[in-house]
Design a protein around this ligand. Sequence first.
Ligand code: BES
Ligand code: ZN
Length: 855
Amino acid sequence: MTQTTPQTVRLADYQPFTHLIQKVDLTFTLSPSATKVKARLALAPNPARPGHHALKLDGEGLRLLSCTVDGVDVAPKLSPTGLTLAARLLPKRPFILETVVEIAPEANTALTGLYMSRGMYCTQCEAEGFRRITFYPDRPDVMSRFKVRIESKLPILLSNGNPVRRGKASAVWSDPWPKPSYLFALVAGDLVSHSAKYTTKSGREVVLNIWVRRGDEDRCAYAMDSLIRSMRWDEEVYGREYDLNVFNIVAVDDFNMGAMENKGLNIFNSRYVLASPETATDEDFARIEAIIAHEYFHNWTGNRITCRDWFQLCLKEGLTVFRDQQFSGDMRSAAVRRIEDVMTLRARQFREDAGPLAHPVRPDSFVEINNFYTATVYEKGAEVIGMLKRLVGDDAYTRALDLYFDRHDGDAATIEDWLKVFEDATGRDLSQFKYWYTEAGTPKLHVTDHFADGVYTLTFEQENPATPGQPEKHPKVLPIAVGLLNPNGDEVVPTTVLEMTEARQSFRFEGLAAHPIPSILRGFSAAVVLDRDTPAAERAFLLAHDTDPFNRWEAGRALAKDVMRRMVTDAAEPAADWLDALAHLALDDTLDPAYRALALRLPGEDDMAQTLHGAGHVPDPDRIHAARRKMGDALAARLGPRLPRLIDDLADVGPFTPDAKAAGRRALRVAALGLLSRLDGGAAAEAAYAKANNMTEEIGALSALLDVGKGAAQLDLFQARWSADRNVMDKWFSLQIAHAAPADAARVTATLTDTAAFDWKNPNRFRSVIGALSANHAGFHHLSGASYRLVADWLLRLDPLNPQTAARVSTAFETWHRYDTTRQQIAKAELQRILAAPKLSRDLQEMIERMLGAA
Ligand code: BES
Ligand code: ZN
């Protein structure tokens, strides 16, 4: 191995910074190849670190032009990671440090720090990008007031806070709120805005701007509407108002993530801003609404109260995901949003928690912090808050949050601070609950029941599996929401939250006339894997009668998974009772179409592989794929003649609207069309494609065609129509790979990577192609090893340019240990080949080493 061992950072080593920064003045003289950054920092010794200390500032890839202390030249010690000024060069009182550095934004391919995207300057500083802009203590607990001057001839010059002055070729911005460097942002370009006005509850007038490239301004209305609804919602539900005179959002095409909450200047991946009925699917609309809300909500949960250090990342991300989930639930259907969130949790977080990359919601060490923006920190972090709310109740949750904002506004806080407000607001002891933050792994909950003499007893046993570095676990506090139904379908015990704290615990329900049917873990009240031998008849009963919409859906899903499992392991046929139950539900027009569409969605192949692996089997990707197809065929055959009518009945009435109701109808219609094409060879889908007038239908019809081996002509039409639209063309790429047969997936992908339109340096495009191949379960894990090889090749190619995106996409391999020894050997050899590459980034190296560590 040619790698050096990068430093591990540990939570236990935390110390406050040696100095305080009272004020920051930055001047940017923009130029693609030689931007000058002058930084004037008003520093003072930090009383929390008594003594006379050297000053160590982070800095990466900066060319230092000058450095003065109180106006006098000094010679700092420079290293590849920063600058040190010896204590003897520094006064023991407040002083001014001024540095001038030069950087080259046009050469910045990593898309962190100051970079260029198609002629515009933009920044991405979280987590540690600011050190690529200037020398600074680039850590979230150092908070300061920023004033920024931008010099450039470009027409639009933006930074955080409020505008102060606009000159002929300059602009000055001032942010009154102290903030850490990761929330700094700057944008300069030839942009146009879609604008609106908003008045806060207390009467502050706020100008809202969404800045985009010329020509995109008519695709901003939905994002603006989402922003306004988010601002109102946060006032109404959390009592939080916006705190500046202007709120800017900028859409950029080259972006590693989805979006970023920079104070007063959110920067978005353009795919999460731009939308019109012709270009965006209903899923895109929903995603835009949620991400706009998420970044806006960070203004309080993240910006006003930030994180003391990056180990506390879930303090802002878990809470803000929880808040955006609540918001979407209120805007749309709470039941549908809950089901979708649980599907994501299982697909991404349970998968992570069961593999070599498992880590606690609050990790205690890392090599590269960017590798810890994970499903565990985000999705499980949000679930933990949901569990806390379920345990203390809604009113206590509100009191605790008010206390959190009162007590910690302006702070860089910790998970201990967060839990303490709940303890103080409720009088509860949360020391056991805290294990949810400090221990990794998904608990397994085994359930048995017993009925005698009118007493029904549920006995739960929790199993907390070992994870890398954590062999021993504590029992978790589990809020288990339970309801009991009579055999006639009446609810005899409404939803009750049982609080489980022991490894094994029983709960009694008295005075029952007959053996009830239990509905356990309603609303997915705890983030566990439920293990109970449930007869198919009982699942079918709950699918028909449960009053809890989540568990009703869950019963159908569990039934489908049981069916799929028997098909994979025992070569069974798709069970008739499952088909009957699902067909009944699909055609029941008293139910919400969105809900019926969700029920028709078959369990994913990766999800099935995860479940089989968790039950001690070695999953066979080909058999899982074949079983899933067969289930689809059987369902199509079962619904057969009813499908055309179902599709007609769901036709759009009136003009397109992106709301949940209309989207739900389209979702069910598209699902039905997919089934119908299994019967008619794609005839109906071809007709639907020809007359589609929105992207949901266009993609729906095209998917249905590709699924049955058709659609070549439509792919050409699609390409001809959309070749100038990057975000739409990403769909064209990913769709072909998603629908490729297992044996073809690598070849289809390789062919696409050979086309001129495969701009692999653009993260969206890279993910649409290489990410899409890793998401095609049977295709990625094909026994030939061709996909493993192709993905590894592309990771090696991208890593020197954009380590963050390479490291994220490498999680394709996090499940390699699940499969048979042949596949394991091929995957492992590819991981070792990556690791052997010269000059691997710290990001990718850490990921590969952790994944190999599972061997
Ligand atoms: N703060 C993050 C963006 C970020 C992530 C910056 C990783 C640097 C490294 C932002 O608030 C965020 O969480 N964005 C998500 C979308 C969100 C809706 C979950 C993203 O970008 O995926
Ligand atoms: Zn976030």
